[in-house]
Ligand binder design. Sequence first.
Ligand code: HEM
Length: 482
Amino acid sequence: MAYTGLTPALLLLALSALIYRVLQIGKRDPRMPKGPPTLPVIGNIHQIPSTGLFRQFRQWAKEYGSIFSLKVGPSNIIVLCDRKAIHKLLQLDEKHFRVQEAEATVLMTNLLDRPEDFFQEIQRYTASVVSSINYGFRAKTHDSFWGTWTECMEPGANPPVDDVPLLKYIPSSFAFWKRRAIDAGKTMDGTWGKARRLAEERRARGDRRVCIIDSLLDEYEKKGWPASITQHSFTNLMGEIVEGGADTTSAQLLTLILAFALYPEVQRKARKEIDEVCGTERAPLWSDFDRLPYLNCIIKEGMRWRPVAVTALPHRVRQDDEYEGMLIPKDSTVFIPTWAIHHTDAIYEDSEKFNPDRYLNHPKLANDYAGSPDWANRDKCDADNPKHHYNYGAGRRICPGIHLAERNMWRIAAKLLWAFEFSEPVDPVTRKVSHLDPDAYNPGILQAPLPFKVGIKVRSEKHVEIIRKEQDEALDFLKQYD
Ligand code: HEM
């Protein structure tokens, strides 16, 4: 084959392109935060001290600003010496808050239009938030797939198969609980499998969304499927997040509505606080949290008064342990009897009363108390400072949804109290009040109020106007999860 004159030119071009590419390594993208000057290929490697990097960070922050960047060869390092940036960039809430805010607005509009459906609407709201965040699909209506699928996990009393393994060998034809467990397994596989399939089909159409399943599947596509997780367990993990998040939170919100109707003085006190901050100009937002401390007390008291997880979830001891001279043998099942602790008068005075005032000295979120290794400060054992609650469990398996749940409940309670007045229902014929039963809850390890009726009255036309105004923007935002 004859050489042409172009070949050396092409080679030169290719070589120049290669050199150019190599020289780009270590160079900072001008859109990134500023930082110390880089050298080709190595970036800032030569400036990174072998010891005392933490001090050098302070020095660079002084020179380049509180958010700066470093290049280590082709890799990027962003250093946040800025508290606001740490909050904004690394907190779960900031990624998901718009879903919660927008769904909360939709909930308010639906309550204006159909107050009698409040029970299902609260369930739709919590299911929709968690399925949008997890699967990228929202529950537009209560009876849609994403709105009702959590019912497949209805808890029931089963024999202690883990403790008495022989029970496993009883044929299912003699063991109703075994048949029920098999059926429950099939329902879960069916529902969770369908949820995964819908997400996969959406992705196959090129529709990738800001949600947990997409970010994990994107990562696995790039790096390969992790050896430690089977397809089935991944499908179940995704399903469990929604199971864990939807009905628990809706049960607590429905408990709050029940308590509002039973304790009008709590509503009055909360409304006074909210009105001073928001007036009728706007509904409360999460950014009002510090200025609405009584509202935070209401959430905590609802969690104490009627904990959805009445015995938390049982834990198992992995090795013999000892506590104050008592043996706790390996393989024991350990319960945190949440309801029992919360209803011990010696710990919570007049424990059957819904009294948010008992939390006036607990201004932070539950995760700030529950995560504390200092049990005495978590609980503050003196009369002026009653104890925090145990509704999220405790220890290393404590509820991972605690941050999301706290914000969901606060947002909804704030908006509900701002816009509506709740009362025990009045019989339309006799005009007599039908008293609500504060103990009408379903049995099981997760307890929610049984369906009940409640009087819901919007506070003024101005409130209606604001709710309607906020609706269009919310629906527009939520289109991405339709
Ligand atoms: C008011 C709302 C909630 C309550 C009261 C609650 C309560 C609990 C409790 C008591 C546990 C067992 C903890 C233990 O074993 O000590 C738990 C576990 C769990 N929760 Fe929640 N939860 C709520 C909301 C959520 C949300 C919003 C999500 C997810 C988005 C979620 C996801 C989970 C998961 C995945 C587990 C299992 C964790 C594990 O086994 O390691 N929960 N929750």
